[in-house]
Design a protein around this ligand. Structure first.
Ligand SMILES: C[S@@+](CC[C@H](N)C(=O)[O-])C[C@H]1O[C@@H](n2cnc3c(N)ncnc32)[C@H](O)[C@@H]1O
Length: 270
């Protein structure tokens, strides 16, 4: 079968971007879409593509089928032990990069790192100008993070442990975190393929956000920053947590490409 014919039969099953990503990965060729007319699928390739299509139709996210996801123009290894990096998190990284640049910051912690997509993206941007630490409580997530650190050939201090436990006496210029923030009742649909440990955060999704805000100031240098991702309904409750905590100045709220509240930038005042 010609690849063009297979694409014609499959384009209603995959989203356009997933179909493009699948074929780029499958043929290890970023221009495969332009060359499709000249490509013949032999029996083995056709069988593989059909097997992927079947899994995808059952609801399995493409990133888990392929073991890869693109994020911020970079490729990351993913598996069922880590969250699939989301486009929404790119706005958090863009903000963190802006803050690091404008304030000449040099020490960065990616808390709840999963695949280490945040830590690696920031490290690749600033290279030797900064030192980056990343941590996660899940052993398997740390293994995946290690494979990504190796793949991207960057130096990141990876540590396993719950929240700030691995950093007892260390202070950072900036902490960036995309913690679990999904309310238990909202873990449904395709989210059920992702690790619950990466999503579940109590009845309101605020369990980790509150814990991090309450402790982060102890791990930040004077005037250090906390950039934290949150859910679109978390703006008001975060404000209440901040009023009670009284340790930070709100620098700004972060909105995603759909203009939804997606996180907040805080600065310790001490
Ligand atoms: C929403 S995922 C974020 C992953 C990655 N930073 C990203 O942006 O795709 C949250 C991560 O927090 C980790 N996690 C859950 N509980 C934790 C805890 N108590 N301490 C540290 N990490 C935790 C999970 O294993 C998961 O990797």
């Amino acid at each position: 079968m010609q690849l063009t014919e297979w694409i014609g039969k499959s384009k209603n099953i995959f989203t356009h971007s997933d179909l493009q990503f699948l074929l780029r990965q499958f043929f290890c060729d970023k221009d495969i879409f332009l060359k499709q007319k000249n490509i013949f699928l032999d029996a083995a390739r056709l069988r593989n593509l059909e097997a992927i299509k079947k899994e995808y139709k059952s609801g399995m996210p493409l990133a888990y089928i392929l073991g890869k996801e693109e994020f911020f123009g970079l490729e990351f290894n993913v598996n069922s032990s880590v969250l699939i990096p989301r486009q929404d998190t790119e706005v958090i990284i863009e903000k963190a990069i802006e803050i690091i640049k404008n304030n000449d910051l040099t020490t960065v912690l990616d808390l709840c790192c999963g695949s280490a997509n945040i830590a690696i993206t920031i490290k690749k941007f600033f290279k030797d100008k900064i030192k980056v630490w990343a941590s996660d409580t899940s052993e398997k997530a740390i293994e995946t993070a290690k494979s990504n650190v190796k793949f991207h050939k960057v130096k990141i201090d990876l540590r396993k442990g719950s929240l700030f436990a691995p950093f007892r006496s260390r202070k950072f210029d900036i902490i960036v975190s995309n913690p679990p923030y999904v309310a238990s009742r909202e873990i449904k649909g395709s989210l059920k393929y992702e690790p619950r440990i990466a999503l579940k955060a109590g009845l309101d999704g605020l369990y980790f956000i509150e814990k991090i805000i309450k402790s982060a100031h102890l791990y930040l240098k004077r005037n250090g920053f906390l950039v934290i991702e949150a859910g679109c309904r978390h703006k008001k409750p975060i404000n209440s947590i901040l009023e009670k905590t009284g340790k930070y100045e709100i620098i700004e709220c972060i909105y995603d490409y759909g203009k939804n509240f997606r996180g907040i930038v805080l600065r310790v005042h001490r």
